[in-house]
Design a protein around this ligand. Sequence first.
Ligand code: FES
Length: 250
Amino acid sequence: MYIYIDGKKISAKDGESILEVANRNEIYIPTLCHHEALDDVGACRVCMVEITHKDWGGWRNLVTACLYPVEEGLVISTSSEAVRRSRGTTLDLLMARCPTSDVIRWMAEENGEISVRYEQIDDGSKCIMCSLCVRACERMGCNAIGTVGRGHDKKIAPPFFENPENCIGCGACAAICPTGHIEVNDTRTTREIWDKKFNFVACEGCGEPVLTEEYRDYAIANRDLPADYYTTCSACKKKKLASHFDKVGS
Ligand code: FES
């Protein structure tokens, strides 16, 4: 099928979202709660685009690009006046919630002028409730964190706000967080996250920290790879592989 994004005719596949087609064609649509490895939930609303169709009699609508599936002849605008206004309001609300977040400020600047229409809550939190961390933790199979409370008081936290029993210290939640809200403190030998302390496994080759002991044990028990895969850093794995090929070649 063919769709049109910003006047460009583009081929698309049934079942793809507008965002997938745009990304594949290097057309920029801002996102905060999207990650290609996870299912979309449409939480942040910054990926809003305007759609219409020649059969719709001039009717237009604003939809989230990450969730809206493509259809033959769909006409999409990623930066119309309506898109900029909608995105501006969303970013304004996000800035009110997280005034110290650089990524939100940068996106607001990219979208046009920064408007500050809502009262800002400067409590140091950068959490925009996009739930990427919760979805990543769930994908890891740990379910160590979740949403707690309702409305303004809604937070991402471990059960009962205690250090989470299921956390293996993989750091996926912190790595995927778009605003850098989740604190992870690493030293050469330890990691601290969600108020829980972990010891790192040192690489058998060079001694560099590879992953936490809990993550190693979890991966050995649940993944189909040899145990030494988790006790060697990527640089040493490459060296090992290169010397293997050298031996085979000689
Ligand atoms: S990326 Fe689409 S709603 Fe967040």
